[in-house]
Every structure is written in C-alpha cells, then in structure tokens.
Design a protein around this ligand. Structure first.
Ligand code: MG
Length: 212
C-alpha cells in the first residue's frame, strides 16, 4: 500500500502561525474581528485572508525581516521528512499561508518539499492575494487542501494529514489518518473525527514508524 503525507505549514511546521504573527505586527487590531468571524465559521479562509491582509501596511523586506527574527521551525520536521524519504513516503505542504514567507523560510531551513499555497503580490506597502490552488467549485478556501488529498488518492495513495487549525478541517474529514493539535484537535472532537494528538513531528514520526 502506498502512503503519502500532507501537512499544514503555519503552526504545524512552524511553532506559531506566521500569517497571524504578521497581522499582529503589521495590521491594526481589527484583523482579529475578521479572525473571529472565520473561527465562528461565518466566513471562509479565503475571505478572511483577503480582509485581514488588506489591513497590512508593510513592505516585503520588512515582513521578511520580521519573519527571520521571530518564526521558529519545529526542528523535528526535517528529520521527519528524511524518515519519510527513506521509507518512500511523499511529503507535501498544503497551506493557507502566503508564498513569500513559506518559500523564504523553507529555503533558509534547507527543506525541499512540494508546496501548494496562496500567492502574495506586495507593492506600495500593500498585500494582494491570489489563489493558484483554489477549487473553482468552492470559494471558502484559498488553497484547496482537499483537492490535493483527492488527487493523491486517485493516484493510489492512502493519505495521512497533519495540521493544527481551522483550514485543516476539510482534509481531516477525508484523510485516512489525522494528526491534530490545537484548534484542529478541538474541531475533530466536535465533529467526531478520529485523530492522533501530537505536539511535534517527532511524535508523528514515532507513531508512523510503527505503521506497516
Ligand atoms: Mg495551521
């Protein structure tokens, strides 16, 4: 049986949610009102991101400098990726974050895995977002994580999903196995979705190495 791993990035590969860190630093406090609507599932991730990042006033350089100074990697992620490679399991990132910091951070950390995320166009201290991986039939999310999961399944893979937040609920409903922490763990409990709790990728690795 073939198995693949899909993982969230913000708050899962990184210790904190980078998009939220950036909003806290570069947007006025109103971004949180939008976040509450999102968490109450009154608006989708796509609308939340657009409205929140429309409040940001910063250059790409300022944001990259901030990210370099503040964002922490889960240091057990690179060994987890190496362990999956040894066993022939593809690992991919599906993210509702923004490409400019994802690509930058992964390069800094020397992590080379496929990434599907939203595109940020930054000019005149403003951020515009486009969605190269959206599902045309659903406007709730930017990057459709579920679509990638289905593509992998059609290609014959069982899919293990790893995540921490609201944008991970769709793929968690469909995945064959789910590792969840923080809000995603709460959502899985509410929705009666089986999941394995984890704190870092060391936990995920330890568990998965026991699987056939
Ligand atoms: Mg997350």
């Amino acid at each position: 049986m073939k198995r693949a791993v899909l993982t969230d990035f913000d708050g899962t590969v990184t210790r904190t949610d980078v998009a939220e860190d950036l909003l806290r630093e570069f947007a006025p406090p109103e971004w949180w009102d939008v976040e509450e609507l999102h968490r109450a599932r009154k608006i989708g991730t796509r609308e939340a991101m657009v409205r929140q990042f429309a409040l940001v006033r910063a250059t790409r350089e300022e944001m990259v400098r901030f990210v370099d100074a503040h964002v922490q990697l889960d240091e057990t992620f690179p060994p987890f990726v190496a362990s999956c490679r040894r066993r022939g399991l593809p690992v991919e990132i599906v993210s509702e974050g923004l490409d400019f910091y994802l690509v930058h951070l992964l390069a800094q950390w020397g992590i080379d895995v496929p990434v599907r995320t939203n595109h940020a166009f930054i000019a005149d201290r403003r951020v515009r977002i486009t969605y190269p991986y959206a599902d045309p039939t659903c406007d709730l999310c930017g990057t459709c994580k579920l679509r990638r999961l289905f593509d992998l399944r059609v290609a014959g893979y069982r899919v293990t999903y790893v995540g921490d937040g609201h944008s991970d609920l769709c793929p968690a409903i469909e995945a064959d196995e789910v590792f969840a922490k923080k809000e995603l763990a709460d959502l899985c409990r509410e929705e009666a979705i089986d999941f394995i709790p984890f704190d870092s990728f060391a936990d995920v690795q330890r568990e998965m190495e026991r699987w056939p």
